[in-house]
Write a protein that binds this ligand. Structure first.
Ligand code: NAD
Ligand code: IPM
Ligand code: MN
Length: 368
């Protein structure tokens, strides 16, 4: 039986709280299947700054390089917000980590179980069967990384800041491939979201995606939508989408919207993949909740662990080829929050709620 070797980077605020529970779930599911876990925990983000003077300590990066996957919590928060922007956890740890491993393909499932419809802010009549869509977000390009990225003082003393949105055809084509492959395994429909009525990068995005699908995936139904309309359409009728495919910043924003219409940010997992292959011959990936460190609820033991647990399931599926174990975790999460009605406050809405640990206990009980 294989050993699953991964780096564990819990990060800040609720990061360690939900990570503890995801590791317990992983231990149980691995043990039941005869796999052994070989993971080391390392500081990242604010924890890296506090304990090593650096958001992405060299030792943490080295640990990631030795591993077959990274299970990531989340980083950042008020404690480090007064640092120079480029030294803050998000920009000095998470973005460099994504870049270091060329993790350009971010997969965020937007899944609302039928029996959890009451946790969505959308009217049940609009989503009678829940929601099942997926966001494919480009993760290592666009305005997050484009140069120049500067703040200067003008001659009149006024300050001026600049971010630059840049995309190359090769960057667009490789993420278009991810969107097409994802759609092929689902409803065979891709909606590419851009702002081609204004942005040069979007004009190139739309043309490149159109040409790429025509040449490589003519059987996948490709449509295009402007991002402002997409934000509205998501709230109006989310199931009109199958694969929602977009660039880095639009994907960041739309995926938070997807998360809440699917119940809560605390439910949305993500996988970030690149071209790297691990020692199992599978994609090297970073797996993290789509949401952040939730400082407003940290330290209270009430954070929803599902996004972290489901991210661990994605790690088993993509980086270790253990789709059966991933499905086992996903089924246990689903049963816990729907049939058993064991819910943390973010998805309870008037029903009794439980804490982080109790939710994980219930998931573990449902693994068998
Ligand atoms: P956030 O995602 O941390 O929180 C937004 C809201 O969602 C909060 O009300 C929070 O309580 C709730 N929420 C998020 N996860 C939850 C969970 N698991 N269970 C229950 N409720 C949950 O966004 P924010 O407040 O804008 O950001 C806080 C910090 O997190 C910032 O420093 C931000 O940069 C950082 N952040 C990090 C990541 C990451 O590391 N991947 C992602 C997003 C934000
Ligand atoms: C996310 C987060 C990150 C992003 C931040 C923390 C850098 O919001 O993963 O969605 O914008 O990519
Ligand atoms: Mn985000």
């Amino acid at each position: 039986m294989p050993t699953l070797k991964f780096a564990v980077l819990p990060g800040d605020y609720i990061g360690p709280e939900v990570m503890t529970e995801a590791l317990r779930v992983l231990e149980h599911v691995a043990k039941s299947a005869g796999h052994s876990l070989d993971y080391k925990i390392a500081d990242v983000g604010g924890a890296g700054i506090d304990n090593h003077g650096k958001a992405l300590p060299d030792s943490t990066l080295a640990l990631c390089r030795e591993a077959d996957a990274i299970l990531f919590g989340s980083v950042g928060g008020p404690k480090w917000e007064k640092l120079p922007p480029a030294e803050q956890p998000e920009r000095a740890a998470l973005l460099p980590l994504r870049k270091a491993f060329s993790l350009f393909a971010n997969i965020r499932p937007g899944l609302l179980y039928k029996d959890l419809v009451d946790a969505s802010p959308l009217k049940p009549a609009r989503i009678p069967n829940g929601i099942d869509i997926v966001c494919i977000r480009e993760l290592t390009g666009g305005i997050y990384f484009g140069q120049p990225k500067t703040t200067i003082t003008l001659e009149n003393g006024e300050r001026q800041a600049c971010d630059t949105m840049v995309y190359k055809t090769s960057e667009i084509e490789r993420i278009a491939e991810t969107a097409a492959v994802t759609a092929r395994a689902r409803g065979k429909r891709v909606c590419s979201v851009d702002k081609a009525n204004v942005l040069e990068t979007s004009v190139l995005w739309r043309k490149t995606v159109t040409d790429y699908f025509a040449k490589k995936h003519p059987d996948i139904a490709l449509t295009h939508m402007y991002v402002d309309n997409a934000a509205m359409q998501l709230a109006r009728d989310p199931n009109q989408f199958d694969v929602l495919f977009t660039e880095n910043m639009f994907g960041d924003i739309l995926s938070d919207e997807m998360a809440v219409i699917c119940g809560s940010l605390g439910m949305m997992s993500s996988a970030s993949l690149g071209t790297g292959v691990n020692s199992h011959g599978k994609p090297f990936g970073l797996y993290e909740p789509a949401g952040g460190t939730a400082p407003d609820i940290a330290g209270k033991g009430v954070a929803n662990p599902c996004a972290q647990v489901l991210s661990a399931a994605l790690m088993l599926r993509y980086s270790f080829g253990l789709a059966d174990l991933a499905a086992k975790i996903e089924a246990a999460v689903r049963k816990t929050v729907t049939q058993d009605g064991v819910r943390t406050g973010d998805i309870a809405f008037g029903r009794p709620s439980v804490g982080t640990k109790a939710m994980a206990d219930a998931i573990i009980a449902n693994l068998n």
